[in-house]
Design a protein around this ligand. Structure first.
Ligand SMILES: [Zn+2]
Length: 369
């Protein structure tokens, strides 16, 4: 059976803003609406998505206590959304449970933590989040934290993993938690590969050979990740898929972010609504790469290391633009159709669509040290 899995989306951010995922979340720059919305349970169903990792994301700008509080808040929002829609989705922590859910027509909602800041310098907090159902952790986000440096850290703090970061890696191995290397610096990546006793994953990263961006992985990194048994899940963000889009859009993305922050302060203000709409229109006017570009990145990984080490990690609800033709989660089947067109067998497609990630997850959970 094909299990279509998205290993990373930022849906909890929308839940925290009050989105009701049991209904289609409406778009718009007015109070109670959402200027950008790419995920809800109805659209997941339409897209034939069987499982999705909801990211418990915290910004590196928060203080340690703020980060911990925010993470617990987002976990609570995910629990609430799942409880309110128990006829459609189920909170899930293992591949076996996910496959059972799929057989009974339920979408599996997993939780991954994006940025280890909420565990502060306390492995007990890591264990607590794991007990609550967080099954992977992206070690950091846009800056250095207590664990390691980011690929976008303005100034590296550790030159890779910190001494505490090594303890985190060992404890995650012991607990059977997946270590996510997306966002971390190249030096941190090589340290993680050295110290982790289990395979690791990149839950939402693309190939640097096709789009030179520090968030993407070099061929050498992809080969090493695969040799360790891991998997790279291709991100749908146009700026990571395509260099020319990134250069054309970067300033408009900043402007859109500023307009959104201003609008969120007072969603009822017509001037702020207008500014938000204008910023989005300007950004949408930049030609976006086709969703087929995602499959180009998949092809590249397959050529490098074979079909057993690649999958999909959309980053939906965390990205202000989507590829042309894949504007939200309801269109996920287009990737499957494109893979078929390019000659992938059903067996290979099952692996890419979700089988690879679930295999690594199963392996990591069963080889707890
Ligand atoms: Zn991310």
């Amino acid at each position: 059976m094909l299990f279509l899995l998205d290993s990373h989306c930022d849906a909890p951010l929308m839940l925290a803003k009050g989105a009701d995922f049991g209904r289609r979340v409406e778009q718009g720059c007015t109070p109670g609406r959402f200027p950008i919305t790419q995920v809800d349970f109805k659209r997941m169903k339409k897209g034939g998505v069987n499982g999705s990792f909801f990211a418990i994301y915290t910004s590196n700008a928060l203080s340690p206590d703020q980060a911990t509080r925010r993470a617990f808040e987002l976990v609570s929002k995910v629990y609430d959304a799942v409880e309110q829609n128990g006829d459609q989705v189920a909170l899930t922590t293992t591949p076996a449970q996910a496959r059972r859910n799929a057989r009974s027509g339920l979408i599996s909602i997993f939780m991954g933590m994006e940025n280890g800041a909420p565990i502060q310098r306390d492995l007990s907090l890591l264990r607590m989040f794991n007990r609550l159902g967080v099954t992977y952790m992206t070690l950091t986000h846009a800056g250095s934290n207590e664990i390691c440096d980011s690929c976008t850290s303005p100034a590296p703090r550790w030159g890779g993993l910190s001494p505490f970061g090594r303890e985190v890696v060992a404890e995650m191995n012991r607990l059977g938690m997946l270590i996510d290397v997306s966002h971390i610096s190249d030096d941190s990546f090589w340290d993680v590969l050295q110290y982790s006793k289990a395979p690791v994953v990149a839950t939402h990263s693309c190939c640097r050979a096709l789009c030179d961006h520090p968030r993407n992985m070099t061929d050498k990194m992809i080969v090493a990740l695969a040799e360790k048994g891991g998997v790279i899940q291709i991100n749908f963000y146009p700026s990571f898929l395509d260099k020319s889009y990134a250069s054309q859009a970067s300033q408009l993305i900043d402007e859109q972010e500023e307009a959104q922050d201003a609008w969120l302060q007072d969603p009822a203000d017509p001037a702020l609504q207008q500014r938000m709409q204008a910023a989005m229109d300007a950004l949408n006017a930049v030609p976006r790469p086709s969703y087929k570009r995602i499959v180009d990145h998949i092809d590249h990984v397959v050529r490098l290391v074979g079909f057993r080490h690649v999958g999909l990690g959309s980053d939906f609800d965390g990205i202000e633009a989507c590829p042309e033709g894949l504007e939200d989660i309801s269109k996920m089947q287009r990737i499957i159709i494109e893979l078929r067109k390019r000659g992938y067998t059903e067996y290979e497609i099952r692996h890419i669509a979700g089988g690879n990630f679930l295999r690594v997850m199963e392996q990591v959970q069963h080889t707890t040290l």
